[in-house]
Design a protein around this ligand. Structure first.
Ligand code: BES
Ligand code: ZN
Length: 851
């Protein structure tokens, strides 16, 4: 790897480009091994800093290039095309080029590539440079006109269709955009059509393009799109701005989906849905991701990022928007609990390890490595905190001002915050630190009660993270409520605003000592440490009016129980088992909530908790304790499980909040029941299920209990022609394998005829499952570490982006004992020692080792 290729880029070094682009004309002559890309670009010198014309370009074969029709001297390297200022007109000029690329050989799935015979593109973050020479940076915005030539029935690009004929089509996008939002699709596709009329009366044609045979899996996504369009009008006053909105499903895709202007490209797993093939979780994800990409039309496309350090400007905000949308479509409490579960599982984990970084990083080697839980999920939490601090009305005012002021621009986090300062008159300079300071704050609380006055005292501190030893206090909105001894709420939710390292808040005039419900709705991404006995937790579990805290109390009871079982071989207290049983049988509670309350902390969560408490987690012990607790719960609830299972049958399948909540409860009950009835109920459900949620759920229950080999075979037989369902088949048997067999199962599956390294979904199905199987992945044989690194090394040659992301499985290595640490270290060294290891993976492995 050349030095230039692994250079570190710094936020502080940002400078404007030497040239802006006014407009771009592209012609694609498609051919799998030799696509020609002709470009005609109008450049305008940047008066601020005239200089050389610097264009990015990688893996391109240059055929010709001219400036205003003439050949001029130019330097062409592996990464750039450069024309000296002295050889350029000092006024607007036209640059024309013809290059050749080979989409069929593109296994990295970045730039123009082929998937199942269709052409598609993925340009974010820096993929456009693999299509033609261009200033591939988000602050360069231009209008694009695109002509696609190829012998395919469907030829698509961004914007509105202009003209088409046999074997060609032309598109024009009137909205200036950065190159990362460019897209092209060509293939033999079929569309599911729809339409939407915006609130100002504009008719928009909607299409979901899919492979032949997938037409019947588009209706749900189409409805989600319409719901998202209506929601953005109602909630943010944002309308759609083109005549057409196209979505395309592709099987080979590194990420979930991409918001290209007017032409969103989706991983087929994130758009295709049907009762028989998709689980409730799939439906929920599809609804959320369709909304997410659609919402980017304003938060990302119309207003984009000045540079990639500002990624959270579009991603954090858009995740926050899709979360609120999903809450409105389904249930806010349930959605919030799910959000916190993923925030803790992914972002807290990242923040506590060698890959910790600020929501707005200060440097990177490969930007693809910074599409992280921190940028996305903590980025969304920051928006939620901002809204809580300024209030709903001021939040909307701030957003309105942001849209009005910056439409058509490429901006920064400072611009976003300034709009809020100007709209609300609030000083956000301290709050802004959430963007620059990494690490999860620990918030310690103590209480004092005297003569009708309750004092809550808080202290905050944030542990050091790589490159940031000293931490400052953050602005923390702490939502609290008070519950009286009789279980009634005596103070409804109030937001305390903590800004100092230590701060106290008093509540006066209280009759009897209440119990404080603290960090309601998880009002800040912090770890709350508070001494609380099991009885008080059980009291809040029974009486808290805040659904998040109610759930949290059950969670903490489960966690304390498990930690005790792991560290001192204790047995679960009867009070705890009773408390969970009461929640489970409380018919006034939403079944989805009851299912969540029954969910135990993950093994990874327990390992982190033990590590934070100064202990060395033993994965096998954690696994055994968790299984023992599941058996204890099953026995304790044996009298109510069969009834609950029967009661929550959903004869009419509907993938909505109500139906999915019932099925979630039914399946968590089934998972316990399977420990008692030797799999009888699960087998019966598996045979009878008319939907994938229950088919997969019953098979999971069997596999977790060490049963289900016949069902696994039947499943394969039934679904061998369906790639997305087969991903579930690959995934389940590894994810739910016993610790001793996980690595061997994964290894055997890599030799299955349907396994392929070229499809990221399939690779993730096997290896994502292996790394999610905590005790299997950390088995003391080290077999899983070895298998993963071996396969990552192979994948890196094909697809660096997915390899780098998946290498983060090793980020927790310092939690474990020295023998495991040495084994992981050896695997990371082995990866680094590999010839030609990509820049992406090199950066990740280096950071994991270094932090
Ligand atoms: N812009 C991203 C897709 C992307 C990510 C492109 C990284 C290139 C590199 C898109 O808007 C996105 O965020 N997708 C998420 C799903 C979303 C619901 C959070 C994804 O693909 O996982
Ligand atoms: Zn996004």
């Amino acid at each position: 790897m050349s030095d230039a290729a692994s250079e570190t880029i710094y936020l502080k070094d940002y400078t404007e480009p030497h040239h802006w682009v006014r407009d771009v004309h592209l012609t694609f002559r498609l051919a799998p091994k030799a696509t020609r890309v002709l470009s005609r670009i109008t450049f305008v010198p940047n008066a601020e800093n005239g200089g050389d014309l610097i264009l990015n370009g990688e893996e391109l074969t240059l055929i010709t290039a001219t400036v205003d029709g003439a050949i001029v001297p130019m330097e062409v390297s592996d990464t750039h095309l450069r024309i000296k200022s002295a050889d350029l007109p000092q006024k607007p000029f036209t640059f024309e080029a013809e290059v050749e690329i080979a989409p069929e050989d593109n296994t990295a799935l970045e730039g123009l590539y082929m998937s199942n015979g269709m052409y598609c593109t993925q340009c974010e973050a820096e993929g456009f440079r693999k299509i033609t020479y261009y200033p591939d940076r988000p602050d360069v915005m231009a209008t694009f006109t695109v002509r696609v030539e190829g012998d395919y029935p469907v030829l698509l690009s961004n914007g509105n269709p202009v003209a088409s004929g046999d074997g060609w089509a032309e598109w024009h996008d009137p909205w200036p955009k950065p190159a990362y939002l460019f897209a092209l699709v060509a293939g033999d596709l079929v569309n599911h059509a729809g339409s939407f009329t915006t609130k100002s009366g504009k008719d928009v044609e909607l299409n979901i393009y899919v492979r032949r045979g997938d037409e019947d899996k588009c209706a749900f996504g189409m409805q989600a799109l319409k719901d998202a369009m209506a929601w953005d009008e109602k909630t943010y006053g944002r309308e759609y701005d083109l005549d057409i909105f196209n979505i395309v499903a592709v099987d080979d895709f590194n990420m979930g989906a991409m918001e290209n202007k007017g032409l969103n490209v989706f991983n087929s797993s994130c758009v295709l849905a049907s009762q028989a093939t998709s689980t409730d979780a799939n439906f929920e994800r599809i609804e959320g991701i369709i909304a997410h990409e659609y919402f980017h039309n304003w938060t990302g496309n119309r207003i984009t990022c000045r540079d990639w350090f500002q990624l959270c400007l579009k991603e954090g905000l858009t995740v926050y928007r899709d979360q609120m949308f999903s809450g409105d479509m389904r249930s806010h409490p349930v959605k919030r609990i799910e959000e916190v579960l993923t925030l803790r599982a992914r972002q807290f984990r990242e923040d506590n390890g060698p890959l910790a970084h600020p929501v707005r990083p200060e440097s990177f080697v490969e930007i693809n490595n910074f599409y992280t839980a921190t940028v996305y999920e903590k980025g969304a939490e920051i928006i939620g905190m901002l809204r809580r601090l300024v209030g709903d009305e001021a939040y909307r005012k701030g957003c309105d001002l942001y849209f009005e002021r910056h439409d058509g621009q490429a901006v920064t986090i400072e611009d976003w915050l300034k709009a809020f300062e100007d709209a609300t008159g609030r000083d956000l300079s301290h709050f802004a630190q959430w963007y620059s300071q990494a690490g999860t704050p620990r918030l310690t609380m103590s209480e004092e009660w005297t003569d009708g006055t309750l004092t809550l005292s808080f202290a905050q501190s944030t542990p050091p993270t790589p490159g940031q030893d000293e931490k400052n206090p953050q602005v923390i909105p702490i939502a609290v409520g008070l519950i009286g001894p009789n279980g009634d709420e005596v103070l409804p939710t109030t937001v305390l605003e903590m800004t100092e390292a230590e701060q106290s808040f008093t509540f006066e005039g209280l009759g009897a000592r209440p119990v404080a419900s603290v960090l309601r709705d998880f009002s800040a991404p912090v770890i709350l440490q508070r001494d609380m006995d099991a009885a008080t937790r059980a009291f809040l579990l029974a009486h808290d009016t805040d659904p998040f805290q109610k759930w949290e109390m059950g969670r903490m009871l489960s966690k304390d129980t498990l930690i005790d079982m792991i560290t001192s071989g204790g047995t679960p207290a009867a009070d705890y088992l009773d408390a969970l049983k009461t929640v489970l049988s409380d018919e006034s509670l939403d079944p989805a909530f009851r299912a969540l309350a029954l969910g135990l902390p993950s093994q990874d969560d327990l390992a982190q908790t033990l590590f934070d408490a100064g202990q060395t987690p033993d994965p096998q012990k954690i696994y055994e304790a968790r299984e023992a607790l599941r058996r204890a719960l099953a026995r304790h609830m044996s009298d109510i499980l069969p009834t609950l299972f029967r009661q929550h049958e959903t004869p009419q399948f509907k993938p909505d909040a109500d139906g999915s909540g019932k099925r979630a409860l039914r399946l968590s009950v089934l998972s316990l029941l399977t420990l008692l009835d030797d799999g009888e109920a699960a087998r019966t459900l598996f045979a009878a299920a008319d939907n994938m949620t229950e088919q997969e759920g019953s098979l999971q229950a069997l596999l977790t209990a060490g049963l289900g080999s016949d069902e696994l075979q039947a499943f394969e037989k039934q679904w061998k022609e369906d790639r997305l369902v087969m991903d579930k088949w690959f995934m389940m048997q590894v994810a739910f394998a016993a610790p001793d067999t996980a690595a061997a199962t994964a290894e055997a599956l890599t030799r299955h005829p349907a396994f392929t390294m070229k499809n990221p979904n399939r690779f993730r199905a096997v290896f994502g499952a292996l790394t999610s199987n905590h005790a299997g992945f950390h088995h003391d044989s080290g077999a899983a570490y070895d298998l993963l690194s071996k396969n990552l090394i192979s994948l890196d040659k094909l697809n660096p982006q997915t390899t780098a992301r998946m290498s983060a499985a090793f980020e927790t290595w310092r939690r474990y004992d020295s023998a495991r640490q040495a084994k992981i270290h050896a695997q990371l060294d082995r990866m680094l020692a590999t010839d030609g290891l990509s820049r992406d993976t090199t950066e990740m492995v280096t950071r994991i080792l270094g932090g």
